[in-house]
Design a protein around this ligand. Structure first.
Ligand SMILES: [Zn+2]
Ligand SMILES: [Zn+2]
Length: 263
């Protein structure tokens, strides 16, 4: 049995009822580290130091600024939490330097040794996630170019494939991988009146579903409020089969690769 837990489902503005988007695979693989990563993990009953692998999609703050907090927790709490000694960070070239600068800015003098000794930096574009049932392939997407934006195809040992598209507008790289993926996770960062090439809006999601009628589409990085909240933008109407994820939703995967979405 495998599980993907959506510990946040909001865009960079954290709309009412939503923390910044992040996904947790089998409670030890994290895709992105939002600024509030520590409470997001704790809300799910996961010790921050139990994370074995961290995969960055791009450099925007809503996806990276939790890194210093994650490292601070590990440097002080790993032994108390019986956590992992090493964190594997999978990212594009330049990521190590960016994260070092971020940690030095946020917690000067505290994390330099931890980052040097306890983080294993990996820039490979694909590989096994050691100690887990998953492997990954990174692929480029369409988002603010200065953030070096990418998505991850996550492949489970059962053969099930999840296309996690990071932050991206519609693009050829997603199109060509969508047809042989079981599940596609798309961001919906902006409402319809915003026409940005770097985000999906509700109309983009609808046309994606029409082009890929067999795909299971999960929407995250949502610009609208959560169903239980007030204020912000109203939740858009989307085709019935599209799941608009909420914080705390999950995907349960059997050993044979069948799955259910708990929404
Ligand atoms: Zn974002
Ligand atoms: Zn972004």
């Amino acid at each position: 049995m495998a599980e993907v837990l959506f510990i946040g489902s909001g865009n960079a503005f954290s709309p009412p009822g939503r923390m910044h988007a992040a996904a947790l695979f089998d409670r030890n693989i994290l895709v992105d580290a939002p600024p509030t990563i520590l409470p997001q993990l704790r809300n799910s009953g996961v010790f921050p130091s139990h994370i074995k692998h961290l995969l960055f999609t791009h450099w925007h703050a809503d996806h990276t600024f939790g890194f210093p907090f994650l490292m601070l927790n590990r440097s002080k709490m790993a032994s108390i939490e019986n956590g992992e000694e090493f964190l594997n960070v999978h990212c594009r070239p330049g990521g190590k330097e960016r994260m070092e600068l971020l940690c030095k800015t946020g917690f000067p003098g505290s994390l330099e040794t931890e980052i040097e000794d306890k983080v294993i930096w990996n820039q490979d574009e694909k590989g096994e996630l050691e100690g887990t049932d998953w492997s990954f392939e990174r692929f480029p997407v369409r988002h603010t170019p200065e953030t070096d934006p990418h998505g991850y195809r996550m492949i489970h040992s059962s053969g099930l494939t999840i296309l996690h598209c990071g932050d991206s507008g519609p693009c050829e790289e997603i199109e060509k991988r969508a047809s042989d993926s079981d599940i596609v996770i798309l961001e919906m960062g902006v409402p319809d009146f915003v026409n940005s090439p770097f985000h999906h809006n509700p109309s983009d999601i609808e046309s994606f579903v029409n082009r890929h009628p067999d795909a299971t589409v999960l929407v995250t990085h949502n610009f609208s409020r959560s169903p239980s909240s007030k204020g912000g933008f109203e939740i858009p109407k989307l085709p019935e089969k599209v799941v608009q994820l909420k914080d705390g939703d999950s995907l349960k995967i059997s050993d044979e690769g069948s799955f259910v979405v708990k929404n």
